[in-house]
Design a protein around this ligand. Structure first.
Ligand code: F6R
Length: 586
């Protein structure tokens, strides 16, 4: 495992008559990996390049480049600012080879000094070093395979590369190391990309492993490892529906919020008897210590998982933010079990934890088959949430909680799980019917700050609700323990700070209601979201579900509130500023 991962999406295609348009289409599906800038190179007996800093679609406003072989890139800036010069593809000084790169080269300075002192550079990127190094060694070996193999020996860092040659309009070359790369096999065309979900017209796909390299032409591909050809297994591509179809919705975020009922149903279908792998369950039963590891929203789902597992009494359960856990001292994973929660399965902070603690057995709860964590962990459980496209996670969060619920059920059969799923479906249906009320609350989110308050599980949902509001509406929001308000944060309350209180637990109802009164007597405006057995004069009343699933029904209204607030502010809800869907940098 390499030290550095990088965002960015790369794709190449050979054999399509409208390669340029095809690559634009693929890039749109890869934009979740970064959307600062993009570019395409097509080989039409000469490499021609178009770049843009105005989003992938704008590539269609430029001259459409003809040719049936090309490579493309969508970028999330790491080395160098967002500019056309820094956008990929990059071409070598001799204008013969062009590359798209996903990763970071750590020894680029040494390479520049040792091999490329005579070369000139147009960008601030490490990628230009790679393509000139390639060109430099090709001049010595006159053989692409030897050159690729030499690059693997010299480059340090992560570098999934797709390369084209001006003098060969039939082959695309590649190396995979660090960042994901897959070959898509079509009829009379082949493609290669960072994510199988961008594949169109592809029948089968091949998962590439680190340090594999090779080429693809329109009717063939070859993969090598350390100068030996490797026979690769082809997997059937299961894309059951066009996940990129908005189905009449204005944005993916709303579509995904409203798909959550379908996700619940999908999970019921895919885990039809709710019996998980025996070895996994035995391991979990035997282990005394469980670490649940996640980042952002997935960490918030982990907090709910801890509540479920804590009630088994015989285990120590810890929930860890991956970026912190990696640096914790005195962590003893001897006889511990790790549960990674990651929608993408690619989050760098989690991969680093895996790397450090890999001697412990592990389970990943992920939405992406063949993602890095899926391939690394001992066990995998899938979310079956279909692809999540909006940057703000919604349906993956509820799916993560449901999978944890199924894990918990397998450890102790103390409820009727099908009944609980059915009750949940009923409650979510009811939530969808209350949309106007969420819109009303969102209309009050018009100040620079907002708070979500709650206790216990509700507090964990408050953390998620605040994150959602922040990331799509850019309003400063915090999730607070209601009991902690009086210890400091109450100082911030005024009529300009809307507060949303979540109450799903009858036992602590009066405590949270006391906090609400404290806020109101300081002129604060409070909206309450509560469950049926608590609700009286509350703003939103939700139908009861199993205690472990309360987080799901409490969270959905807050997803709507974030969505409607961002829409009112005319923001791009699917692609909030400065973010990317899959965070493969530290
Ligand atoms: C927020 C959000 C992020 C992710 C986090 C982890 O809406 O989506 O906080 O949850 O970046 O990503 P995964 O789950 O892919 O590891």
């Amino acid at each position: 495992m390499k030290e550095v991962f990088n965002l960015c999406g790369i794709v190449g295609s050979v054999g399509k008559s409208q390669t340029y348009e095809f690559l634009v289409d693929c890039l749109e599906k890869l934009e979740y990996r970064g959307y600062d800038s993009c570019g395409i190179a097509v080989n039409d007996n000469q490499i021609k390049i178009n770049k843009s800093v105005d989003g992938v679609k704008s590539l269609l406003d430029l001259t459409i480049l003809s040719g049936n072989l090309g490579i493309a890139h969508t970028r999330w800036a790491t080395h160098g600012k967002v500019s056309l010069e820094n956008s990929h593809p990059h071409i070598c000084n001799l204008k013969r080879f062009a590359v798209v790169h996903n990763g970071i080269i750590e020894n680029y300075r040494e390479i520049k000094d040792k091999y490329l002192s005579e070369y000139y550079f147009n960008s601030e990127t490490d990628t230009e070093i790679i393509i000139n190094l390639f060109s430099c060694f090709y001049d010595i070996y006159h053989d692409v395979n030897l050159t690729l193999n030499k690059l693997i020996k010299i480059l340090v860092g992560s570098y999934s590369l797709v390369i084209i040659d001006n003098l060969n309009s039939e082959k695309i070359y590649f190396i995979k190391n660090g960042s994901p790369l897959f070959i898509g096999v079509g009829e009379n065309f082949n493609t290669i990309a960072s994510d199988v979900n961008c594949f169109k017209d592809v029948l089968n796909y091949v998962v590439l492993n680190d340090y594999e390299y090779g080429y693809l032409s329109k009717d063939q591909y070859s993969v090598y490892f350390a100068e030996k050809e490797v026979k690769k297994k082809e997997h059937e591509l299961e894309i059951t529906e066009d996940v990129y179809d908005l189905n009449g919705y204005e944005d993916y975020m709303l579509k995904e919020i409203e798909e959550q009922k379908k996700v619940i149903q999908n999970i019921m279908d895919n885990y039809y008897d709710f019996t998980l792998n025996k070895n996994l369950i035995n391991k979990l039963k035997q282990t005394k210590k469980i670490y649940i590891i996640g980042a952002g929203t997935s960490y918030h789902a982990g907090l709910i998982g801890k509540v479920m597992l804590d009630e088994l009494y015989n285990k120590e359960v810890y929930v860890k933010v991956a970026s912190e856990f990696y640096y914790e001292n005195n962590v003893d994973v001897e006889n511990a079990f790790l549960i990674f929660i990651s929608q993408s399965g690619e989050t760098k902070d989690l991969l680093k934890c895996y790397e450090r603690f890999s001697k412990a057995d592990s389970l990943v709860i992920t939405n992406v088959k063949n993602s890095s964590l899926d391939l690394l962990c001992t066990y995998s459980l899938y979310l079956y949430a279909n692809k999540e496209i909006a940057v703000a996670s919604t349906k993956a969060y509820i799916a993560q909680i449901l999978i944890l619920f199924i894990v918990r059920f397998n450890l102790k059969h103390d409820f009727l799980i099908v009944d609980e799923f059915n009750k949940l479906l009923d409650s979510v249906t009811d939530i969808y019917q209350q949309k106007n009320k969420f819109l009303e609350i969102a209309n009050n989110m018009k100040h620079t700050s907002a708070f979500y308050i709650g206790k216990g599980i509700d507090y964990f949902v408050c953390l998620e609700a605040a994150l959602k509001l922040k990331e799509v509406s850019y309003i400063h929001a915090e999730g607070l323990m209601s009991g902690e308000l009086k210890h400091g944060s109450l100082a911030l309350i005024s009529e300009d700070v809307p507060v949303v209180a979540l109450i799903s637990d009858k036992k602590i109802e009066t405590k949270v209601r006391n906090s609400i009164e404290e806020i109101k007597s300081r002129k604060g405006k409070v909206f309450s979201i509560v469950t049926e057995n608590i609700g009286i004069n509350d703003d939103i009343i939700l139908k009861e579900v199993h205690d472990y699933l309360l987080a799901i029904i409490m969270a959905i209204p807050t997803q709507y509130i974030a969505y409607y607030t961002a829409k009112r502010l005319n923001l791009n809800v699917d692609r909030p500023r400065n973010l990317a869907k899959s965070v493969t940098v530290e």
